[in-house]
Design a protein around this ligand. Structure first.
Ligand SMILES: Cc1cc2nc3c(=O)[nH]c(=O)nc-3n(C[C@H](O)[C@H](O)[C@H](O)COP(=O)(O)O)c2cc1C
Length: 384
């Protein structure tokens, strides 16, 4: 009997402060899977640094924040790597690649990627390719460097270990089955079914439950790992600076909604931004959905990452669709990412729209997409 060898998984670890590195890491993951290579994609704080020497190949995607500072999620990992007792050959079996996201307008340009690359190499790891540096100043943002870096990476990995890409390092034809698995699963409830679940719960408690439930699907530090102690209602939000002064300084006042609260110096308040109600309505209408319906959202997480999977799925009450869009989505301010156009291309029925969307999602269409999308600051609602 011939035993089929289990395909190797490519480990991709990311550290992000505002989401770009997650987007870049997911793109890498998708591209690897399209080449037949299964992937394990993790935030670096979900990875045990002591197991790093056992990894044959690791891809890091890390951004720089502050003044050359580490994103929060890589702090523990970085501290571990800096330990003096780690020897020069601690990572001698590890092959790695680093892609950094930064902005050359900052003095400490891509500092985190550069120092991570150096430290890995000092600890005996071997770089598969030279580190890639994405720059916000590039006319296509960090994607400008990511595209060519990725194609070099696939070739180098294939040379290192052809088993990673059983069908070669070139892209397989794109079709629907290669689309990412959905990140969340949504169950729709009709209005009566949704509200009857809550008839005995006071309004304030209900709103809290809905906010908690919505936050659970958000990535990174806003998600359930850092569940808030209590919710406050913002009752005042007055600008203190003059319009056009270049700064936006505000006076906020908050009121405890459920019970009185105690706080100390150093406690942190997260402000949950809402969206313009008219934009939320327009988005829901455009999608032919009922704003009053209730949805239940479940995260389809990496099975390997059981802990965060359980955590993020424990508090799942049905949420009013309108509340969900208001609190968890951004339909009317930020520009959609490139992947949005790719996904839309699978669903577009008009041939000319499909072609245009496919072009925007391709490396050749990248600069035109930037002109159309980011430069014009188009929103999801406008694109739809
Ligand atoms: C507050 C702030 C500070 C930043 N500081 C730096 C920096 O010191 N060096 C750098 O190269 N880029 C810096 N950047 C640019 C980011 O690294 C870049 O926008 C990156 O794409 C962000 O990735 P992320 O969303 O995954 O955190 C900074 C960005 C922000 C918003």
């Amino acid at each position: 009997m011939v035993m089929e060898e289990k395909p190797k998984k490519l480990l991709i670890l990311y550290a992000s402060e505002t989401g770009n590195a997650i987007d870049a890491a997911e793109r890498l993951g998708r591209e690897a899977e399209r080449r037949g290579c299964p992937v394990l994609l993790l935030s670096v704080d979900d990875f045990d640094p002591s197991s790093l020497p056992d990894q044959e190949i690791v891809i890091f995607v890390v951004s720089t924040t502050g003044q050359g500072d580490n994103p929060d999620s890589i702090k523990v990992f970085w501290k571990f790597l800096l330990q003096r007792n780690l020897t020069q050959n601690w990572l001698s079996r590890v092959n790695y690649a680093v892609f950094g996201l930064g902005d050359s307008g900052y003095q400490k340009y891509n500092f985190v990627a550069k120092k991570l690359d150096k430290r890995l190499s000092d600890l005996g790891a071997t770089a598969v390719v030279e580190r890639g540096l994405g720059d916000d100043q590039h006319s296509s943002g960090y994607e400008g460097a990511l595209d060519p870096w990725m194609s070099t990476l696939w070739k180098a990995l294939y040379q290192k270990d052809p088993k990673l890409f059983p069908k070669g390092p070139e892209l397989m034809t794109s079709n629907m089955s290669l689309m990412d698995q959905p990140k969340v699963q949504i169950t729709y409830h009709d209005v009566v079914e949704g509200t009857s679940n809550f008839s005995s719960i006071p309004d304030v408690k209900l709103l809290e439950m809905q906010i908690e439930s919505t936050r659970f699907i958000l990535p990174g530090k806003l998600a359930g790992k850092y569940s808030p102690e209590c919710f406050l209602k913002m009752v005042k939000n007055d600008p203190l600076s003059k319009a056009g002064s270049g700064k936006d300084v505000r006076h906020f006042e908050f009121e405890a909604v459920s019970s009185s609260i105690e706080y100390e110096v150093g406690d942190v308040v997260h402000i949950l931004p809402g969206q313009d109600a008219a934009a939320v309505d327009a988005f829901i209408k455009r999608c032919n959905l009922n704003p009053e319906s209730y949805i239940q959202v479940q995260v389809n997480d990496n099975k390997e990452n059981e802990q965060s999977y359980d955590l993020r799925n424990t508090l799942k009450v049905p949420v009013r669709l309108k509340t969900f869009v208001e609190l968890a989505m951004d339909v009317a301010s930020a520009s959609p990412r490139r992947y949005f156009f790719e996904v839309m291309s699978y669903f577009a029925t008009a041939e000319h729209e499909k072609e245009r969307l496919q072009y925007f999602a391709s490396p050749e269409g990248r600069d035109d997409l930037y002109e159309y999308n980011q430069k014009e600051r188009r929103t999801v609602l406008e694109v739809l």
